[in-house]
Write a new protein. Sequence first.
Length: 218
Amino acid sequence: MGEHHNDPIISGPEPSGPAVWWRNLVSALKAMRARVPTTVAKAPARRKAETPAPDAKAAKAWREVHGPPVFWLAPVFLIFAAAYALPQLAQVLQPQAPRSMIKALVAFLPGFAAPIEPALAGWLWAPLWVTLLALALRLRAVWVTRLAILDAVGWSMAALVVEGATWLLGGRALLARGGYSPAEQDGVWQLMVAEVVFLFMTAVFFGPTSRQRVRFEQ
C-alpha cells in the first residue's frame, strides 16, 4: 500500500471549450500588444506633417520662377494696351481727323492725363498689323496676371519689342517726314519708356526673393 501512495497522480484530459479558447485568444492579443512599441504608431503621422506634399513643392518651385499672381495689376496692363491701340481706333473711326477724336477722348480723362494726348497722336504712325500684334500680346499679359506676374511682364515686353523695333527701323523716319509735331515725336518713345519703367518695377517688387546658392563644378 505504501508503494501506491508514492505513485504520481494521473490527471484527466485538459479542459477545453469556448471559454478556454477565448482566454487563450485574449492572452495572445495582450502579448502582441506588449511587443509593439508605442512610438511606431506616432512616427508616420509626425513624418507626414513635416514633409510637404509633392503638389505644394511643385507649386512653390513654379512660383519661384514665374512669380505670384497679381490680378489687381491687370487694369494697369490694360491701360497700356488701350494707349497703343486707341490711335489706330481713331484712325479707323475718323480717318479724316483722327487727332480730333483723340483730343475728344482725352477730354473725358482727369486733367492730369492731358499730357498723354501728343503721345497718343504720335502713335498714329504705327502700321495696323503691328498694333494688332502688340495688342494681342498685351491682352495676353492682362489675362496672365491672374496666374503669374512675371509671365505677364514677359508678354508685355514682347509687345514692346515688336513696336520698338518697328519704330527704330522705320518709325522715326516716318515721324520726321509725316508732319508730326516735336511733342508727338517725343511722345512716341516717352510712352514706351513709361511702360518699361512700369514693367521693371513690377518685376522687382513681385519677383522671387529667395536666394539660391550656386555651386561651381570643377
